[in-house]
Design a binder for this molecule. Structure first.
Ligand SMILES: *Cc1c(COP(=O)(O)O)cnc(C)c1O
Length: 395
């Protein structure tokens, strides 16, 4: 029996080698005791305020709302958090748990490098050793983040197995964890993996939803009609959704990476492609996974590295089945258009991941009344994406 529920309906669970079970139990115990420990909560909140810069603002997107001519649009500004995205909330929370467990070393995986940077940052702040596994293909295309991690004192381990990208980096990080589990914590970057990770990540990211709900109530005087967030593994989305999940009238919308379009097969829309999306077990959890006919993990594509993953967090799989949330996708082209629109109308350069959420706002706001409100999670800033955008847009 686990202390907290290990499953989300039929999804989630703990599909790991027996050698890792003690580490998962230890992590769950540390998390539960931390949640009931006022001193831990105080330290987490203090770091969120003094280091991350929370609460992040809520910004009324006046010119975008006027341009679209429908609903009023509000942006939750995770792009203004330290290191430029929401990932730091979870990285710091888990790093505090590492200290609580008396461990001294963290391993992490990274695709685009954002979670690696957040992990290296948290490790530097709290004096932990940090090793980040990264595929050599990703190392080549994300050079600035590799430098950042090294500057922050982390060791970047190149991964040459498989497709030399994120899923192979995850395998290597898990291998290291299994070998060194006594003094090492695996700092997982999204609402994925075996229990208790999806729950822990949601709780550390729920700060987004808690703040946003209060801010909208203060500024608008009532709840938003619709909350929109992009969904890679699902951590920024579950973080903002958690603030509104009990408010039945609030519609929750997750936006996946539509890549070159669902029909092209080149995408990462786990919920959007009935021909490839099946329930399976990946990296310790049961959830929707894009698979080929043999059940092998399918190749995915997105212009935004943070959404380019074959599986989605198990809680989203449940919320999709029970229709508490709805999932759609935006193509690369729609995301790039939305990116440029937000730059021009609001003076904000969003991450390409977040641009997928903005693309859905652009589709939806004109169909809504002017007294309705959309809250969109701007999960990160776009500085990291400038090379990609310049190449794609030929500007
Ligand atoms: C990593 C990342 C994402 C995707 O991850 P989730 O766990 O789905 O939130 C989205 N936006 C930004 C800016 C990211 O860095």
């Amino acid at each position: 029996m686990t202390l907290l529920p290990a499953k989300f309906g039929i999804y989630g669970g703990q599909f790991v080698p027996e050698t890792l079970m003690p580490a998962l139990i230890e992590l769950e115990e540390a998390f539960v005791s931390a949640q009931n420990d006022a001193a831990f909560q105080e330290e987490f909140n203090r770091l969120m305020a003094s280091f991350v810069g929370r609460p992040t603002p809520l910004t009324y997107a006046k010119r975008l709302s006027e341009k679209l001519g429908g609903a009023q649009i509000y942006l939750k500004r995770e792009d203004l958090a330290h290191t430029g995205a929401h990932k730091i909330n979870n990285a710091l929370g888990q790093a505090l748990l590492v200290k609580r467990m008396g461990k001294r070393r963290i391993v992490a995986e990274t695709g685009a490098g954002q979670h690696g940077v957040a992990s290296a940052t948290a490790a530097a702040l709290l004096g932990l050793e940090c090793v980040v596994y990264m595929g050599v293909v990703d190392i080549a295309r994300q050079e600035p983040n590799v430098f950042r991690m090294k500057l922050l004192g982390a060791e970047v381990q190149p991964v040459t197995s498989g497709t030399q990208t994120l899923k192979d980096a995850i395998n290597e990080a898990i291998r290291d964890w299994v070998t060194n589990v006594r003094d090492t914590h695996y700092l997982l970057g999204s609402a994925l993996g075996p229990h208790p990770y999806p729950t822990i990540v949601r709780e550390f990211q729920s700060v987004i939803g808690t703040e946003a709900r209060e801010q909208v109530m203060m500024e608008v005087g009532h709840l938003p009609d619709t909350v929109i967030a992009c969904v890679g593994g699902g951590s920024n989305a579950i973080g903002i959704f958690s603030g509104f999940v009990k408010d039945d009238g609030v519609e929750l919308i997750g936006v996946e990476a539509g890549g070159n379009g669902i029909a092209s097969g080149k995408h990462a829309a786990r919920f959007g492609d009935p021909s490839k999306a099946r329930v399976g077990v990946i990296h310790g959890t049961r959830t929707y996974v894009l698979q080929d006919e043999d059940g092998q993990i399918a190749e995915t594509h997105s212009v935004s590295a943070g959404l380019d993953y074959a599986a989605v967090g198990p809680e989203h799989a449940m919320m999709r089945d029970n229709e508490r949330a709805f999932y759609t996708s935006a193509t690369d082209e729609e995301a790039l258009d939305a990116f440029q629109t937000l730059c021009h109308t609001e003076g904000i350069i969003p991450a390409l991941e977040s641009s997928h959420a903005v693309a859905e706002v652009i589709k939806r706001a004109p169909t809504m009344r002017k007294d309705q409100v959309i809250l969109v999670n701007l999960s990160g800033r776009g500085d990291k994406d400038l090379n990609t955008v310049i190449k794609e847009m030929r500007i």
